[in-house]
Design a protein around this ligand. Structure first.
Ligand SMILES: NC(=O)c1ccc[n+]([C@@H]2O[C@H](COP(=O)([O-])OP(=O)(O)OC[C@H]3O[C@@H](n4cnc5c(N)ncnc54)[C@H](O)[C@@H]3O)[C@@H](O)[C@H]2O)c1
Ligand SMILES: [Zn+2]
Length: 361
């Protein structure tokens, strides 16, 4: 098995490393021991991930270094990213005597990462945080960049904070147990990096489709490391989303968010991004930013990876533009899109004529 890949995230005093390896969960103890003194490790996971033994392996490795480690397992799914779950966790940590020298370790997908980070940012005015992402989406996206938070009943990710972890440990092997739709959903984010930000990655993906579909460990290690590197670079330049640079990570997302809402969140995020990326490419063709060959290449690519490209039945374009105007990332009700200008390059276009979209893509 090829060696560990380490991606440094340079954020001054908040700098940290992302380690990408395989079967490396047992190394977390050594990784964490560098941050002593640590009074205890609180391992947050969900029931599915817990059943697979990942949290247990993490706990064992931490305990071997002499740090007390306990596992807290919650129900799987987006509904756990709630104020109710957060309140239960705060109370539980208090009852367990968890103090400010503790570290919270999230072992799971984006839900566990976002929620765990939020608890770490708020409990006792903040304790240290570590991430062990186990879904492809969490490995390439949600565990990088420091955004943590929970949902309000009517608005996703509406309450939260920026909190950089002490480190991120990625075990590519954990992807082998992911259900197919969750794996594809992660690929939806991977293609975003390739198509809109990195031509070299796109080419690598295009030439390795078969291996990606077979979840080849060596190929996935390179892909996950590349995505982390791309996101880390953008986050380094716009940590708190103030300069507008970080928005470039949102290729396909303006459409995706509107489709997710209209599906009642039954459509997985990365799959919505896949469809959204095709819509963005179509819009870019209409605006003369790319040609039909670009669109066709992207369509072929998504289809080869088993990613959806067709807008789901029942999508109302008028409602879609309304939702896009109310999107958290929209400014002054304008329609804003990250659109491709070629493979590996994109631009923020923020005054698109709504009738272009209402006529359907
Ligand atoms: N913070 C950020 O920057 C950021 C970015 C993108 C997405 N997000 C958030 O991430 C969340 C989505 O993350 P997700 O897609 O990982 O969802 P998730 O955490 O719900 O995980 C998806 C499912 O996979 C299961 N699972 C996790 N790892 C597994 C494994 N190795 N094997 C088998 N099953 C496994 C989980 O139990 C769950 O049922 C959303 O809440 C979204 O808002 C955050
Ligand atoms: Zn996304």
């Amino acid at each position: 098995m090829s060696a560990l890949r380490i991606i440094p995230v340079s954020l001054g005093t908040r700098s940290y490393d992302i380690e990408v390896g395989s079967e490396n969960l047992k190394q977390i103890g050594t990784f964490l021991a560098a941050f002593q003194p640590i009074s205890s490790a609180v391992i947050l996971t969900d029931e599915n991930v817990n059943r697979l033994g990942y949290a247990h392996r993490v706990a064992e490795s931490i305990a071997e270094t002499g740090i007390d480690a306990s596992i807290f397992s919650i129900a799987a799914g987006e509904q756990s990213k709630s104020i109710e779950t957060a309140a239960t966790l705060w109370e539980t940590l208090l009852e367990e005597g968890i103090d400010r020298k503790a570290v919270l370790v999230s072992v799971g997908g984006g839900v566990i990462g976002d929620l765990g980070g939020f608890i770490a940012a708020t409990y006792a005015r903040g304790i240290r945080f570590f991430q062990v992402p186990t879904t492809l989406l969490a490995q390439v996206d949600s565990s990088v960049g420091g955004k943590v938070g929970i949902d309000l009943p009517k608005a996703k990710n509406m309450v939260g904070a920026f909190l950089q972890p002490l480190g991120v440990l990625i075990d590519i092997q954990t992807l082998q147990t992911l259900p197919d739709d969750q794996y594809r959903s992660g690929l939806g984010e991977v293609i975003k990096y390739g198509v809109s930000l990195d031509a070299e990655l796109f080419q690598f993906l295009e030439t390795n489709i078969e291996k990606i579909n077979l979840r080849d460990i060596v190929i996935l290690k390179r892909i996950v490391a590349d995505c982390c590197r791309i996101k880390a670079k953008i986050v380094t330049e716009d940590e708190f989303e103030t300069t507008g640079y970080r928005v470039l990570l949102n290729y396909g997302h303006t459409f995706a968010h509107a489709f997710e809402i209209q599906s009642g969140f039954k459509l997985l995020h990365g799959l919505a991004v896949s469809i959204g990326a095709i819509c963005a490419a179509r819009l870019a063709v209409r605006l003369g930013l790319v040609d039909e060959t670009f669109l066709q290449r992207q369509l072929d690519f998504h289809q080869a990876l088993g990613l959806p490209t067709e807008v789901p039945n029942g999508i109302d374009w008028h409602q879609t533009t309304g939702l896009m105007r109310r999107d958290k990332k929209s400014e002054f009700g304008k329609l804003r899109f990250v659109l491709p200008t070629g493979i590996g390059s994109c631009r923020l276009i923020d005054d698109v004529d709504p009738s272009l979209i209402e006529r359907g893509l």
